[in-house]
Write a protein that binds this ligand. Structure first.
Ligand code: IMP
Ligand code: MG
Length: 193
């Protein structure tokens, strides 16, 4: 648990007060399992991985390395979708700030995201990619907070289900901080929430 009063974000991994929700090791093992499950689906097929920035950068990078170990070599692209303003409150709308550049027409696309909360970001990105003519769009997310869902979205592969906690690390931020943490922890907001 991190207090957001510690806005420097420094030395968190050295601090005894940080209790990971998911340790580096837990994440590494689960990603290897996810890669094996993905290999059952995608072995011998062409597909495009689309990571959702910024939050999924670390998960996508680690997952792609495990896919490589299993001889899966997808094309890779990224899309930048913004659904959160400052802090941890969703604006309720999704903006695309950077679109994919690969032509996904008639291709199989695997969307990779860090966490599904309301489901709005994923739903929006999925519809956008389908509207570009993708033959198939499937979804792999590291974390799922099912209790927060506002729009229905099918998740094909999920790393971990977590309770309604605001988490940071492993690509995920609070006000752009803590993305660098190699593990996932919860954030206790100043004044509670
Ligand atoms: P959704 O559109 O509400 O599902 O939110 C999805 C995006 O918001 C995720 O891809 C994250 O980037 C961000 N997000 C949702 N929950 C958290 C959290 O607990 N910590 C950090 N970022 C989050
Ligand atoms: Mg995200």
């Amino acid at each position: 648990m991190i207090s957001s009063k510690d806005s420097s974000g420094k030395n968190l991994s050295d601090s005894g007060s940080v209790i990971p929700l998911k340790t580096e090791l837990q994440i590494r093992y689960r990603i290897a399992e996810l890669a094996a499950l993905l290999a059952e689906e995608y072995r011998g097929r062409d597909f495009v991985v689309v990571g959702i920035l910024k939050g999924a950068f670390m998960f996508a990078a680690d997952l792609l390395r495990r896919l490589y170990d299993l001889e899966l070599y997808p094309d890779i692209d990224f899309i930048r979708a913004v659904s959160y303003g400052s802090g941890d409150k969703s604006s309720g709308e999704v903006r695309i700030e950077l679109d994919i550049s690969i032509d996904v027409k008639d291709k199989s696309v695997l969307i990779v995201d860090d966490i599904v909360d309301t489901g709005r970001t994923l739903q929006h990105v999925k519809e956008l990619i389908l509207s570009k003519g993708a033959a198939e769009v499937r979804v792999c997310v590291l974390l799922d907070k099912p209790s927060r869902r506002e729009v229905e979205c099918d998740l094909d592969w999920v790393g971990f289900e977590i309770p309604n906690l605001f988490v940071v690390g492993y690509g995920m931020d609070f006000d752009e901080k803590y993305r660098y943490l190699p593990f996932i922890t919860t954030i206790e907001q100043a004044g509670g929430n």
